[in-house]
Ligand binder design. Structure first.
Ligand SMILES: Nc1ncnc2c1ncn2[C@@H]1O[C@H](COP(=O)(O)OP(=O)(O)O)[C@@H](O)[C@H]1O
Ligand SMILES: [Mg+2]
Length: 251
């Protein structure tokens, strides 16, 4: 069965994902800090805005200016999208900073801050088609495993009912169990890594897609670079080709 897709904003990735992210589903983007999660989501938001879709970005850990500045540094200017209302950025970070300040003053602790995350998602207007939550780390940090599972499941359910195509960004070093729960609950998962090439010793970025329902996956890791034009996926890494390349003269 062919399912509908939403372009990722990265041509090579669309090719790999049979056209893009599955429509109206929740996809988990995981990886350590600096691995490229926000940039991957930036491409998706920009492409979706350009295609006339209504988008919402919920920023929980950086301020809006930093996000817009990094987008500009890869040649993406959201100003016109914001001005015409195709991109709405929810300033969850600024709200949190104020709440932390108040909580500190009144000695109430800050764990309650994420308690309203389900409400935030419930409040997303019905005409929003594309949602990016950057990121789930605070939700994970301030909740027990059971609470995290319940809330993430609920958030997924609400977004599914609202027919949103959603990217959930998450770091995966904080809790393996919570990451696994998020992987189980999501329709798909893209993992981003930074590693060293065992042969050349050079640093490299890799993307691995362990899960994408309704989609053929080769399970080959993809090498990519982040440049001033954003994410560039390199030639698909073929282990057999590499071995042939390395042993060529001996074969
Ligand atoms: N304009 C740019 N040119 C080249 N690399 C960039 C540029 N902007 C960001 N990067 C790279 O992307 C990284 C940040 O990616 P980001 O998506 O914000 O990571 P994450 O969200 O996973 O923490 C930076 O550490 C840098 O290596
Ligand atoms: Mg980020």
């Amino acid at each position: 069965m062919n399912i509908n897709r939403v372009p990722t904003g990265i041509k090579e990735l669309d090719g790999i994902l049979e056209g893009g992210y599955p429509l109206q589903q929740g996809i988990l983007i995981s990886g350590p800090p600096g691995s490229g999660k926000t940039i991957l989501a930036t491409h998706f938001l920009y492409k979706s805005c350009k295609d006339g879709k209504k988008c919402m970005l919920m920023l929980t850990h950086v301020n809006v200016e930093s996000f817009l500045e990094q987008a500009l540094s890869i040649g993406i200017d959201f100003q016109a999208c914001i001005d015409k209302g195709s991109l709405f950025i929810k300033k969850a970070f600024e709200t949190r900073t104020n709440k932390i300040y108040n909580a500190a003053r009144h000695g109430t602790g800050i764990g309650f801050l994420e308690k309203d995350c389900v409400q935030n998602v419930q409040d997303i207007p019905d005409d929003v088609e594309i949602v990016v939550i950057d990121n789930l780390d605070m939700l994970s940090l301030y909740h027990s495993t059971e609470e995290f599972a319940d809330k993430f499941f609920t958030i997924n359910d609400i977004l599914f009912a609202k027919k949103c195509t959603t990217l959930f960004l998450i770091g995966h070093e904080e809790s393996r169990v919570k990451h696994a729960i998020a992987q189980h609950t999501s329709f798909g998962n893209i993992e981003l890594f930074m590693d060293r090439d065992p042969i050349t010793g050079k640093g490299m970025r890799q993307m691995y897609i362990p899960k994408m329902r309704c989609t053929y996956l080769s399970l080959e890791p993809l090498n990519f670079k982040i440049t001033h034009e954003g994410i560039k996926i390199e030639k698909i890494f073929q282990r057999d080709e590499m071995i042939k390349g390395a042993l060529g003269p001996l074969l």
